[in-house]
Design a binder for this molecule. Sequence first.
Ligand code: IMP
Length: 173
Amino acid sequence: MAPARIEVLIPRDRIQQRIAELGAQITAEYAGRSLVMVGVLKGSFMFLADLVRHIDLPVRIEFIGTKSYEGTTTSGQVQLTKDLDKPIQDEDVLLVEDIIDTGLTLNYLLHVLRQREPRSVRTVAFLDKPSRRRIEVQGDYIGFTIEDKFVIGYGLDFDQRYRSLADLCILVS
Ligand code: IMP
């Protein structure tokens, strides 16, 4: 079997250009307020790092971790592996996701965060794969909407590899 080839789906320049647009939009919409940006480990680390440099507001950074279990039911199961360090009560929270795929992780995290009584919660996702949704949920800010392809790079992994690629790529066998 030939080794998998890596092909670029979205090049780094386009990623950076889109992130600058998102940062400007978020800065304008939250003007006069401060934000708690909550990165979902591990896939969002690169997106969060680039996006925050385009957000001209006082920002606190937090991370949260999840793990998914594929059960026999269609609902799936998501569990926290790492919680926030500090409370978010009365804060404006921006959840930062790498990709919204089935939507199970986002749905679960929104539920968890809302229980903590923040002033508001919105979501920014680098990628959206709407054709894969198993639960109706959507991001407030989306970098790129993509087809049903497994992507790697720019923080996203296949078996914990390829996260460091600066472009968003696909594996072609
Ligand atoms: P969910 O299916 O929306 O709950 O997404 C769960 C997680 O699966 C995402 O946060 C990603 O880390 C991972 N994931 C989903 N699609 C891909 C992909 O195409 N490449 C790499 N990771 C993915």
